[in-house]
Ligand binder design. Sequence first.
Ligand code: PGA
Length: 246
Amino acid sequence: MIIIANWKAYVEDSKKAKALFAESKKLASLSALTIVIAPPAPLLSGLALRNRSRVSFAAQDVSATLGGAQTGEVTAAACAAAGASYAIVGHSERRAAGDSNAVVAEKLVHILAHDLTPILCVGERARDNEGLYLSFVREELTSALAPLSAEDRARVIIAYEPIWAIGKTAEQSIEPHDLVEMTLYIRKVLAELLPGKSSTRVPVLYGGSVEPGNIRELAGSTVDGFLIGHASVDKASFTALVRNIA
Ligand code: PGA
């Protein structure tokens, strides 16, 4: 199981960052889970550069540029140099800020070029009775993965994050049977995009109001791990989350 703690912009000082990191190290040493922390970019290197623990680090996003005269941009190269080994791409909060499928595909190329493992977020805005949400997710997956080589497609982690379930509570999160349906569908699309059996090795994670109260029933479905936002930035709830599935 992979647990990605997406700190978003909830963590804004190094004291809190260090305390959460210390707790994650403890949890990682006690369980077989892979724990990955995605801090805000300025806090990344302070935690990641001298890291000798089992915890790994992710960038929350990377620039679509290759660097140079691009004030304010944080490139994949800079994230790798700061100690990240993963990078989130296509998060709905970045898509809402303007990242189209084409931009996501471009960022994915930069992430792979710098040997970071991409965590590609996909997910519909709303559910409907005609199955349009399935074609929406298919389009997000295809537009990002189709331009890549077969080898690179197999390096991507998928995070299914329905937008309607993000930032709510466990009660408003996805139902386990709906998550099973979607992960099976994602696996079907991946099987079309990747050769042979390689798609079966691509981890498919879930994100959207994963809390201590629902992580166990969601883990019983077909997912390989979780991308966790608000519940990952409180020490007690992150500990409870990890303990409940470890
Ligand atoms: P949430 O966020 O756990 O706060 O719903 C998940 C995410 O957006 O990655």
